[in-house]
Design a protein around this ligand. Sequence first.
Ligand code: NAP
Ligand code: MG
Length: 410
Amino acid sequence: MEKIQMTTPIVEMDGDEMAGILWKEVKRQLVEPFVDLKEEYFDLNIRSRDETEDQVTIDSALATKKYGVAVKCATITANLERMQEFNLKKMYKSPNATIRSILDGTVFRTPILIDGIDPLVKTWKKPITLARHAYGDVYRASEMQIQKPGKVELVYTPEDGEEVRQLVFDFKEPGVASGMHNLDRSIEGFARTCMQYALSIRQDLLFSSKDTISKVYDREFKDIFKRIYLDEFIEKFTAAGIKYEYCLIDDAVSRAIKSRGGYVWATHNYDGDVMSDMLATAYGSNAMMTSVLVSPDGKFEFEAAHGTVRRHYYRYLQGEVVSTNPMALIYTWGGGLEKRGELDGNEKLQRFGRMICEAAANVIEARGIMTADIAKITSKPDPLVVTGHQFIALTRAKLEQDVEKEWPEG
Ligand code: NAP
Ligand code: MG
């Protein structure tokens, strides 16, 4: 078949360990044979980040700003242990945090629902999409270890005006302290992006917070959401037959478990980090969750929600057969190409992006072939367990048939 043409490059951010290995395989088997790939490639492997002192991460985010669509593989976040393992020059920030803060976007995480992989929560019939605010709070906090007795204060020094001081704690013994911030502009962008996203998929939006405890910080979020909703969205929501609601975070958690799913749940940065893992696990597997970062000016970065799958990688290096699930990586490439096609008015590319995902889903749904993580929880009788590489090869075979059927003339 003649390869599908692209007009605008897609930004590729390569990554680490087992995810990195399967990532390259997805590209080699499911993308390159079918698409005349136009791309800007950035290697976000930990060694490449170390060589460039993390400039490569910044460059990849700037390229995403320029071109509008990126696909990202999972990457190692440096910590003390990883610094020793790779003999790193610095403890680099998490690439995801760097990219998020440059794009100032919102992360939407949606489980991949597959026939035969049933959610642990019996009532869930549709995916819950989790929207995580991607700026500030504890991820940008200034933290301090307190060794001796003394006062910790918040001091605000306005450029024109009098200093304001507020006691955090009067320490009599060792401890820790932290100062966080957020910006109205970022919260407004978050609220708008969530409301636009809910409208685009015609689902209700729930924003959860803890303004009963955090009477200024969390209250600011609650008020901004309400204002943006009343000023800009209420009519559009009513016309679309959907609603916006505010809810305390603990209430939101219990509602999520009792609901049928099928709504967008907006959270603070940290809540989203934690709840997305809960949702992913309850929907089946962390490997069955996709993630897209959307900026207020409409830039998209697609990725898998899972990490680099390090435990599998070490076993793989030992020559063991490992069954790592490539679904979220496949959906990342598929979602990215579909969005690229949509933005460029390239219908063939847009359709092909969806076909990649459908072919992978078909391997599980129609043939009962899957990786070990989901074979453990499937309701299908006698699932056949394969490796990630085998799964990708089976997906390719199906994709070739589908492409042949869709475009018989080439
Ligand atoms: P992880 O890579 O998500 O893996 C945790 C465990 O979840 C795995 O050991 C495996 O369980 C299961 N799992 C995750 N993805 C799977 C897949 N595709 N197929 C099958 N099983 C899967 O999390 P981690 O081990 O905590 O983190 C490893 C590295 O990833 C860290 O360096 C971390 O910084 C990084 N990380 C990156 C991102 C990102 O770039 N977006 C996100 C999270 C973590 P079993 O071992 O029980 O099979
Ligand atoms: Mg997390």
